[in-house]
Design a protein around this ligand. Structure first.
Ligand SMILES: [Zn+2]
Length: 280
């Protein structure tokens, strides 16, 4: 059954990504842990926040909502890191479940905020639910973010938002070099218009570009903006008893991206047949 949302509510749902705000995992504390090499998980049970540790301080990827900040800070402390050592903040995309607290983190730590160009306006916006944080460095596809020997590459994977970013990073574990990929989002949210979208005319073509990029990236470690993308809970549990690192999962990555591509294509086709009918 399709639920039609009131029109007045749709823009808020679209901008803020609040459609599934009921998900209790969003604000549930989750143990902080090392994913691989110098890359750590410090997010909630579903809102993924990562920390890359370097001798010159830390890079934080995503902030979650302002209300989650105490949980994130506690996780950073439990790993033995200092909140005040956060030097750079990056985001997966400009929705408040990933960037809501970037302004507060900037104020508390003095960290520099770096955002992909098409999402900058939204991050700097003072509209309700937007962080209204000044962006210190505007990023473009293929830009590198470097600190203390760590290097993250920004890949523009648009559609979900125009500046949606997939982060890749090389980590070293047990003498091996591993490619970690943090997917920005391949998802078509409820209310999204793929055909005849006046605010984002090329949205469907952008999703197509994103899937082409994601399917070509070299991947060992499969991560994403939400824990649900890559099976955070299951893999965390498995890691306790397994000798191998379950986050090393290139097959899981390919299966996930392929399934999301099929889901997008199916929804695009449906909207072509039903113009003006947003995603359910
Ligand atoms: Zn989103």
């Amino acid at each position: 059954m399709k639920i039609l949302l009131p029109c007045v509510w749709l823009p808020i749902a679209l901008v803020a990504g609040r459609v599934s705000a009921q998900n209790p995992d969003w604000h549930r504390e989750f143990p902080a842990f090392r994913v691989a090499g110098n890359l750590y998980y410090v997010g909630t049970a579903d809102l993924a926040v990562y920390l890359a540790n370097t001798p010159q301080g830390n890079i934080l990827i995503n902030s979650a909502f302002p209300q989650d900040l105490p949980v994130i800070q506690r996780s950073i402390g439990k790993l033995g890191f200092k909140d005040s050592d956060t030097k750079i903040i990056l985001i997966s995309h400009a929705h408040d479940d990933h960037d809501g607290a970037v302004g507060q983190i900037k104020k508390q730590t003095g960290a520099r905020l770096m955002v992909m160009e098409p999402d900058v306006t939204s991050v700097e916006s003072l509209a309700p639910g937007r962080p209204g944080a000044r962006v210190d460095r505007v990023l473009h596809d293929g830009d590198a973010v470097e600190l203390g020997g760590a290097k993250l590459m920004a890949r523009l994977t648009p559609g979900h938002t125009p500046g949606c970013t997939t982060w890749t990073m090389e980590v070293r574990e047990g003498g091996r070099k591993l490619n970690a990929v943090i997917i920005g989002s391949p998802n078509v949210n409820p209310g999204y218009i793929l055909v005849g979208n006046k605010n984002y005319p090329q949205i469907a073509e952008d999703y197509e570009k994103t899937f082409a990029v994601l399917l070509k990236l070299p991947v060992d470690i499969f991560l994403g903006a939400h824990g649900s993308y890559f099976g955070l809970k299951e893999k965390y549990e498995k890691r306790k008893t397994s000798n191998s690192n379950p986050f090393i999962d290139p097959a899981g990555y390919m299966a996930y991206v392929s399934e999301r591509k099929d889901a997008f294509r199916k929804e695009w086709e449906r909207q072509k047949q039903n113009p003006g009918s947003p995603a359910p």
